[in-house]
Design a protein around this ligand. Structure first.
Ligand code: PLP
Length: 424
């Protein structure tokens, strides 16, 4: 399992925050350290995910797909079948229980494309907490359906109109709120990034994915998988499925980043490949950030909003540099091909984020033997990606409605600092 040395994973991680937030982070860390030794707390978490989010999610064999690709047997860990359609709900439910244990009554979050905000609003409604979701004013315009549901769920969605009116400003606003209200308020971070203890905390809750997989793989084919593949945005679904396998060195762990259009600066979100991103400190922690020569955070692009991020989990950065994790990337074009292939051979609509893991996974499976097993973590479902997919696969018979929506929906490219550590 993952244990930091004082919040550090090798040379990455740490806690670089304004003085005023330190006691709050230390309180969170102490609560987390205590609860993680408490079996009853984990059981309470499992029960909530089972009763509310449909866990355990299935491990689905892909017979037709494996036959087509002709290498290892391919299996999907179905996080797309969670309530709200992705793995994000796992982390959010866990943090909700933590909030209850700390006796706090209110949660805040920032969100870019709205998925993390929606998951947080759902958790808050279920657990009886008040929720405030900070969102850039421009993102609110773009993500009207997520905003609509957050408000219906009773969350207070606060538009942030300063600066570029997107995620970076929303994050600043959320931190200001937290610093002022930390006594009764918890900041729900959406991925395995940020200051300690968040990377470890988020990994802990998401590790439910890998723990289920261990038992399911043994039941299905009698041993651990030969390889596990996950997409890497901030790194939470990847850490969740990898966590129980870190010390099983015979299991190959493959993380797939957003190769975007190309490896030109601003055209991708590849941080783990040597020489592209550099170690730096931003957003409260140290990791590999895409940055220019002056250390300014760089521009990123991905067809999948959830992978469009300048930094990466400090745990993933460490595992990559230490050689435990194999980093790969898939271009937008490869992702769309993999997306379509899964749709048409297995009848599953994957998220574009997850389709990065598919593209990388198909490539690796083809090089493996038919008696080997490769598991792809299918982090989410693709219903939300209708406009990006429609743009990529134009059809003459489109209705006027879809055309009109496509004109309204801008492409997903993030200028510097707009990208999210949860991003969708
Ligand atoms: C948010 C999201 C991701 C990326 O986040 P990680 O923290 O890297 O897991 C991946 N897939 C889906 C479906 C998402 O919603």
């Amino acid at each position: 399992m993952i244990r930091s040395q004082q919040g550090l994973f090798g040379k990455f991680g740490g806690r670089f925050v304004p003085e005023i937030l330190l006691p709050t982070l230390l309180e969170l860390e102490e609560t987390f350290m205590t609860l993680r030794e408490d079996g009853a707390f984990w059981q309470e978490y499992l029960t909530l995910t089972q009763q509310f989010s449909g866990r355990p999610t299935p491990l689905t064999p892909c017979h037709r797909l494996s036959g087509q690709i002709g290498g290892a047997r391919i299996w999907l860990k179905r996080e797309d079948l969670n309530h709200s359609g992705a793995h994000k709900i796992n982390n959010v439910l866990g943090q909700g229980l933590l909030v209850q244990r700390m006796g706090k009554k209110r949660v805040i979050a920032e969100t870019g494309a709205g998925q993390h905000g929606l998951a947080t609003a759902i958790m808050a409604a279920r657990l009886g907490l008040r929720a405030t979701i900070y969102m850039g004013a421009d993102d609110i315009e773009r993500q009207y359906s997520n905003v609509f549901w957050m408000r219906q769920l009773g969350a207070d969605v606060v538009p942030v109109s300063t600066g570029a009116r997107t995620l970076k400003e929303a994050m600043d606003e959320a931190l200001r709120d937290w610093a002022a209200n930390s006594e009764n308020t918890h900041y729900v971070l959406g991925t395995a990034c940020g200051p300690a203890p968040f990377p470890e905390l988020v990994t802990y809750f998401q590790s439910v994915i890998g723990q289920e997989l261990r038992a399911q793989a043994r039941a299905a084919f009698g041993h651990d998988p030969d390889a596990i593949v996950a997409c890497v945005g901030g790194g939470s679904n990847a850490m969740g499925v990898f966590a129980p396998y870190i010390d099983c060195t015979e299991v190959k762990l493959i993380g797939v980043e957003a190769g975007g259009h190309s490896l030109e600066a601003g055209e991708h979100s590849v941080r783990l490949k040597a020489g592209i991103a550099h170690a730096g400190i931003a957003q409260g922690f140290k990791t590999l950030f895409l940055q220019n020569a002056d250390g300014q955070l760089g521009h990123t692009h991905s067809i999948a909003a959830g992978l469009d991020y300048v930094g990466v989990s400090p745990i993933i950065a460490h595992l990559s540099q230490s050689g435990r994790l194999t980093a790969d990337s898939a271009t937008d074009e490869e992702v769309l091909a993999a997306f379509r292939r899964l749709l048409q051979t297995e009848g599953i609509i994957p998220a574009l984020e997850s389709s990065h893991a598919l593209a990388g996974g198909f490539r690796h499976a083809a090089r493996m033997n038919p008696d080997q097993n490769l598991v792809i973590n299918l982090s989410g479902r693709g219903d939300k990606d209708i406009f990006n997919v429609a743009r990529a696969f134009p059809q003459p018979e489109w209705t006027a409605f879809l055309r009109r929506e496509l004109e309204r929906q801008p492409e997903s490219t993030s200028p510097a600092g707009e990208s999210s550590h949860e991003a969708v």
